[in-house]
Ligand binder design. Structure first.
Ligand SMILES: O=C(O)C1=C[C@@H](OP(=O)(O)O)[C@@H](O)[C@H](O)C1
Ligand SMILES: C=C(OP(=O)(O)O)C(=O)O
Length: 408
């Protein structure tokens, strides 16, 4: 399904309830499979959380997790400790290109039995579940934090827990801290000092408890962008968020002050308001190694406002749902941007106009669709294969319609 967005204007003072964080949800689902006394509220209704949930209760020998990176990585660790069970885990064509060798090697060092069924270093994998007897492993930490979280999530079930030594510059650190916090909140002890993480074996009892997932901050980024591209005075309220978020993407509140957007917490809701026009001479500069998922949103907001933008720390973007650096460059150029990329940086020049009626392909990447949609406040445009949004935010288009977007 393609969506032809007409030039739209936001209705003022709308409220949107956003689904739970898929990162928190997929961690808690795995922990719930290990400790069934955990109950989860405000679980994400994303495709990625749905495949995770289904995989954890499935008795099939072949599990297909489609595009879900966290499910692929977390379940590889999970199935490695399911004694006596043989599982094939596979995914979409793109998932078969997304590297997993660092995690597989680490699990094998701990004693796991995993083999590649097609190409070395990528899914699909055949996993024969075993008891993992070792408790120390070192791994590269600059490619994806998901490998580290995956190991941490199963660590409390190993006889002696786990000591992970992280080599190199650690990327996406807030996601590691999120895993640590969730382990701590269910009663598992951890430490993270310098480059070493330890996770203790679970205590004798893990209490019955209900954990509430905060709404997804990466999804909130599209509303920040919409407000940044709206007239001064426009505001929107989104829920349910907390000031002490586990999600690194909550840095949005700070980043978007540069785009003239304020954030005000009231209970579990936040109100975003366009406070002021941003001078054309403003240059946005950010290192996003801790918040890679909002890079596309920020690039498109800057372009929509005609601002220069330089982002670094983008080295993980090439191995996500698509090569996001190339996809951004290709599509922003169609809209009239001048943009340079390297393997880890993006430099957008200041611009004065936006080409109308451009068709934006979405590369099987939910964030391409959602990041470009806010430009509908400036020009009509077409988002192709718009259903991709369901990977993280199935109600995205419905919510956009509610707040004033119009389609042809
Ligand atoms: O652990 C997680 O939930 C995630 C970690 C990040 O991946 P990398 O660590 O590969 O950057 C992020 O991009 C992804 O959307 C979710
Ligand atoms: C990169 C993402 O997800 P994953 O790696 O879990 O597929 C994302 O949601 O932007």
């Amino acid at each position: 399904m393609d969506i032809s967005i007409q030039k739209s204007k936001l209705k003022n003072h709308q409220t949107v309830q956003i689904t739970g964080s898929k990162s928190e949800s997929n961690r808690l689902l795995l922990l719930q499979a290990l400790y069934p006394q955990i109950r989860i509220e405000n679980l994400s209704n994303s495709d990625d959380s749905e495949v995770m949930q289904k995989a954890l209760v499935s008795e099939d020998t072949c599990i297909d997790i489609h595009h879900a990176g966290t499910a692929m990585r977390f379940l590889t660790a999970y199935f490695s400790i399911q004694k006596g069970r043989e599982t094939v885990i596979t995914g979409s064509q793109r998932m078969k290109e997304r590297p997993i060798q660092i995690l597989v090697e680490a699990l094998k060092t701990l004693g796991a039995d995993i083999s590649y069924l097609e190409n070395e270093g990528v899914p699909p994998l055949k996993i024969i579940g075993k008891e993992l007897t070792k408790s120390k492993v070192a791994l590269e930490a600059n490619v994806s934090s998901q490998y580290i979280s995956a190991l941490m999530l199963i660590a409390s079930k190993l006889e002696n827990g786990l000591e992970l030594t992280l080599n190199g510059k650690i990327t996406s650190v807030p996601y590691i801290n999120m895993t640590l916090s969730l382990l701590n909140s269910i009663g598992i002890q951890t430490t993270f000092k310098d480059q070493v993480i330890t996770v203790q074996p679970a205590p004798k009892t893990i209490a019955e408890q209900t954990l509430t997932v905060e709404s997804d901050w990466s999804s909130a980024s599209y509303f920040y962008s919409l407000i940044a591209l709206s007239d001064v005075g426009t505001e929107i309220t989104i829920a349910s968020y907390t000031q002490e978020s586990l999600q690194g993407d909550s840095v949005l509140a700070d980043i978007y002050t540069s785009f003239g957007v304020s954030t005000q917490f009231k209970g579990h809701a936040i109100t975003l308001k366009k406070e002021s026009v941003v001078e054309a001479s403003v240059k946005i500069e950010r290192d996003l190694k801790n918040a890679p998922d909002i890079a596309q949103t920020i690039a498109v907001t800057a372009f929509g406002l005609g601002l220069e933008c330089f982002m670094e720390g983008l080295h993980t973007l090439k191995i996500k749902e698509t090569d996001r650096l190339v996809a951004l460059k290709t599509e922003l150029e169609k809209l009239g941007a001048e943009i340079n990329i390297t393997d880890k940086t993006l430099h957008l020049k200041a611009s004065e106009s936006i080409n109308a009626n451009v068709k934006i392909p979405t590369y099987n990447d939910h964030r391409m669709a959602m990041a470009f949609a806010p430009l509908g406040l400036k020009v009509p445009l077409v988002i192709e294969d718009a259903n991709v949004v369901s990977k993280s935010y199935p109600e995205f288009w419905k919510d956009l319609e509610t707040i004033g977007f119009q389609w042809a």
